[in-house]
Design a protein around this ligand. Sequence first.
Ligand SMILES: Nc1nc2c(ncn2[C@@H]2O[C@H](COP(=O)(O)OP(=O)(O)OP(=O)(O)O)[C@@H](O)[C@H]2O)c(=O)[nH]1
Length: 449
Amino acid sequence: NTPVSYEGKTLTYCVDPDWMPYEAIRDGTHVGISADYLALVAKKTGLEFSLLRTESWVQTLQLLQSGDCMLSPLLNRSATREQYLHFSQVYFRAPNVLVSLRQQPFLQTMENIGSRSLAVPEGYRLLEHIQRYYPQTPIVLVENETAGLHAVADGKADLFIGSLYSINRQIQQETLYQLKVAGWLGLEDELRFGVVTAHQPILTAINQALADITEAEHVAIYQKWSRIKVPEVVNYTLMWQLGAAALALILLLAAWNYRSRYFYLRLQEKNRQLEQTRTELEAAVQKLEFLSNHDPLTHLYNRNHFDNNLRAAQQRAAQAQQAFSLALIDIDLFKQINDTHGHTIGDAILRELAQILSTEVREQDQVTRWGGEEFVIFCQHTTLAEVKALCDRVAAAIKRHSFSHNINLTCSFGVAEQQDNEDLLHCFERADKALYQAKQAGRNQICIA
Ligand SMILES: Nc1nc2c(ncn2[C@@H]2O[C@H](COP(=O)(O)OP(=O)(O)OP(=O)(O)O)[C@@H](O)[C@H]2O)c(=O)[nH]1
């Protein structure tokens, strides 16, 4: 159906030199969505198209107005453009969006932009739309979409308005990740061919070709130009700050933990030392107590214990009206043993005798080393006959025992029974006299006071 007059002729056309992915001139060649559609239309109509290169969209519009360009393959219809262009059917739609800095709120629609300034590319149909429907909006005119996005990024305008796909691409390519889509304009780009009035008849063939484009062909072009690699935008500053804060917290906790553990271990060590000191002190007190009441050589009670405890025992005996008895035991000729065998053997003999005394006495009897080689046995509730029997038993045990160095040991005994609540000391003196008598009588015998 192509009019004959266009057959074999080359049709001149102009495009926006910088509006990817819709269209652009790269190295003198027309590229983008409109280039692919134009190729399809050329194939389906048999028409030949020749690009007239321009520097800007404004220049493209001027060449269309002057008729130097016969058509432009991808533009919106507007009242101004209808004065010199006729349009084909819509063959590509794209939403228009508002773009702002990331920190701006989400504005949703033009109704919410308030007094914010708006960057719009010169010559774009959107400019006509804003001036007509939002005349109060402060406009910042820019050369193209790239310039508009930079104006927002640099704070020269609050918002930019443009087509979603091209904006998306520009943000990626220019790495303007401080920008975001802040709302939808509600106005779609409805893109079509525009043919200058003088060449209107060509539209019939173009519309026919556009109608013949299959769904698969549409999808292929859309997929080809919308496949933009979207890099993951990671806020490294925030991540770094969060990481540093977490690390600081971990270090703080670790330090606190280490410090607590240090103090806990020190406390434990101090407690252990304290416990050890307490045990040592207890042992020392026990030893002192023992030493204050015992003879260190024989471990029998000493004179101190005799004085402190046996006087109390005497009083108890008095109250119970039961007499006690005393037996004084003195080793015979002990000086000779020392002189003959030495003091160390003398000590051993003293210990052996102490052992015999401790074994032979009854449970209620108390044996004391009175001093030197002299011992006392205090016998509670004991008659003279009983204490005499005890001394016989001791003498027999001494006789039986084989002492160190085969020493033949004998002892003399002086025995006394308490008489009429007699004082312990007085009774002791009588026993001592009896002992003296035993010595005088030739030793190795028991004398009763
Ligand atoms: N090895 C040793 N000897 C002691 C100890 N205490 C006193 N003697 C000695 O006991 C001896 C007592 O001697 P004397 O008082 O003369 O009495 P004796 O030789 O036993 O003679 P009679 O008592 O008369 O039978 C002294 O030589 C003291 O040095 C002691 O703890 N160890």
